[in-house]
Write a protein that binds this ligand. Structure first.
Ligand SMILES: [Zn+2]
Length: 210
């Protein structure tokens, strides 16, 4: 088996849509097992094919203390309820965010034996399935963030990030920020309503700090 290189945001492949799998052949099954190995080596609980450079509807999931799953053409059939969860992504290292996910989902997929499986998932499993299916549609969890307040940089002291007094902006310490930090900041910026910014009197202060 092979550990595959994981594409890191903002790699454009993470924004592309994927093809439905017509035939589960040996090549795709081997690829699925390579994805599993890659995910386990990276200590992730889920991985989607675009994250390792292949635009097909294939994901792998392994929730702690559960059997690993290779899921071909996974689909959310129904979703129930909403809850806030903390989420990270192997393609967005160093960050976690608070976003909204379903409480429970009914999902379906084909396994490596070409059997159609239906399952009802909740907790971490439903969150992981929703996250990985998003990847198959070119969506990353950053797209679900409602504000900068909901994004956190892990392993960084409070001095490196300051929350703005009205809570709409992350300040990333310029000297220490990586180019990836700045790109993520731009993605979140686009989500912030202009009206909020206009109504904020300390916008000048905010704009010089970034
Ligand atoms: Zn991800």
């Amino acid at each position: 088996m092979t550990i595959l290189p994981i594409r890191i945001f903002p790699d454009p492949i993470l924004r592309q849509k994927t093809e439905e799998i017509k035939e589960i052949n040996k090549e795709l099954i081997d690829f699925g097992f390579n994805m599993l190995e890659t995910m386990q080596a990276a200590r992730g609980i889920g991985l989607a094919a675009p994250q390792v450079g292949k635009l097909v509807k294939l994901i792998t999931i392994q929730i702690p203390e559960n059997e690993p799953m290779i899921m071909f053409n996974p689909k959310v059939e129904k979703s129930f309820g909403k809850r806030n969860v903390e989420e990270g992504c192997l393609s967005v290292p160093g960050f976690t965010g608070i976003i909204e996910r379903s409480v429970t989902i009914d999902a379906s997929y084909l396994d490596q034996n070409k059997s159609k499986i239906k399952l009802t998932a909740s907790e971490l499993l439903s969150q992981a399935i929703e996250h990985e299916i998003d990847h198959l549609n070119g969506i990353v969890y950053l797209d679900h963030l409602k504000s900068h307040e909901d994004l956190h940089k892990s392993g960084i002291t409070p001095n490196d990030i300051h929350w703005h007094d009205v809570g709409y902006k992350i300040f990333i310490n310029k000297a220490k920020a990586s180019s990836q930090d700045k790109i993520i900041d731009e993605v979140i910026d686009k989500k912030i309503e202009l009206s909020k910014i206009k109504s904020d009197s300390s916008i000048d202060e905010a704009s010089v700090d970034i």
